[in-house]
Design a protein around this ligand. Structure first.
Ligand SMILES: Cc1ncc(COP(=O)(O)O)c(C=O)c1O
Length: 358
């Protein structure tokens, strides 16, 4: 690349060119992004349209959307003074990292995990440590304790994406209470597991919990997430957030989602049952290793080339996630749990792929 182009950028940036990337061929069965396979009912969509139709589109959203934040806080079991809202939880992760990471600071990102963490940490020039998951890809409290000793930040997803593993709540409480680092706990898949660290945020100043409406609440296309911090820390994180980061459409949809959470989350139990059914079927394949999952996806390894399996499944109209370029996952694929008939189509496509891939 020409030097005139390069000279404006921070030194770490050209190596990150392109940013977050995803290979998404057009497939009828889409099981690659851990989305909810059930869209909103038409009546609820209509309710959002009606709420938005009557709002002034020429005005900015409320400067301090206090009532909105209070509603979100009460939904997730936090106090309003602890909550920040964002355009997807990714946006809040960005605000947290911008507030805490820079060159010379260390962040612990146990690998393999959600790729956005490392991307953002690299963007900010932080030093990254990867320890924290044992050989079975389960959280290892001792390794986390050691790695976090000189760290500024530890970020972990529980359930973790793509492994599906979760941290023991007693271990987490001990780690947070004895650590000098800020612990960022991403609970994107909370509803499929049921355990949360939100309660700890009332007393722990070094803990932040992230939540999203993209998964169980089936709202990925509208982009909404929130974070819960100690009331003293929240306004400091807030400084790293752009004003008016939520548009009125998303806000109306989130209010409707909360009012109808029981309907929108009604598939969670079915997804959990399907997860166990798919896992059982996968375990029957010779040479297939299935990682136990508490989320809406399953990580599995086979004795075939994962890229070739992925391609063979795409040829049958089934899209899963090829995670074989993640650290420690050279043999792995990840499948999101969809509707029962989609899961059947996946199992059939995998069976076919295994027969054609040497
Ligand atoms: C662990 C984790 N956190 C966050 C997200 C994204 O959340 P959002 O849609 O709220 O930005 C994902 C999406 O796959 C995820 O796996």
């Amino acid at each position: 690349m020409d030097n005139t182009t390069l000279k404006y950028f921070k030194t770490q940036l050209p190596g990150l060119a392109g940013g977050y990337s995803l290979d998404v061929p057009d497939c009828e069965i889409k099981l690659n992004q851990n989305e909810n396979a059930w869209d909103w009912p038409a009546t609820l969509k209509q309710e959002v349209f009606e709420r938005v139709r009557d709002l002034p589109w020429n005005r900015y959203p409320p400067f301090q959307p206090d009532a909105f934040v209070a509603k979100v806080a009460s939904h997730i079991g936090a106090d309003a003074e602890q909550v920040l809202v964002g355009n997807g939880s990714n946006e809040l992760l960005y605000a947290i990292f911008v507030s805490t990471l820079e060159r010379g600071r260390k962040v612990v990102i146990p690998q393999p995990t959600f790729t956005v963490y490392k991307l953002l940490a690299n963007l900010l020039g932080a030093d990254i440590a990867v320890e924290g998951l044992d050989e079975e890809l389960q959280f290892d409290a001792e390794a986390l304790e050691t790695a976090s000793q000189d760290a500024s930040v530890v970020v972990l997803a529980t359930p973790n994406n793509p492994t599906g593993s979760v941290i023991d709540p007693t271990d987490l409480e001990h780690l947070v209470n004895t650590s000098g680092a800020l612990w960022v706990i991403d609970e994107a898949y909370f509803e499929f597991h049921g355990e949360t660290a939100i309660e700890l945020t009332r007393n722990c100043r070094n803990l932040v919990v992230l939540r999203t409406f993209s998964k169980a609440l089936a709202t990925a296309g509208l982009r909404f997430g929130c974070m819960v911090a100690h009331p003293e820390a929240r306004p400091i994180f807030s400084a790293a957030k752009l004003p008016y980061n939520l548009n009125i459409f998303t806000m109306a949809a989130v209010e409707t989602a909360i009012d109808n959470a029981v309907t929108l989350k009604s598939r969670v139990d079915e997804i959990k049952r399907e997860r166990e059914r798919v896992a059982r079927r996968l375990r029957e394949y010779k040479g297939c290793k299935v990682y136990p999952s508490r989320a809406n996806f399953i990580l599995f390894e086979t004795n075939r080339d994962p890229r070739e399996l992925w391609k063979a499944m795409v040829s049958r109209g089934v899209l899963v996630r090829d995670v074989s370029n993640y650290p420690r996952l050279a043999k792995a694929l990840r499948v999101s749990i969809g509707r029962p008939e989609e899961n059947d189509a996946f199992l059939k496509a995998l069976e076919y792929a295994i027969t054609v891939v040497a």
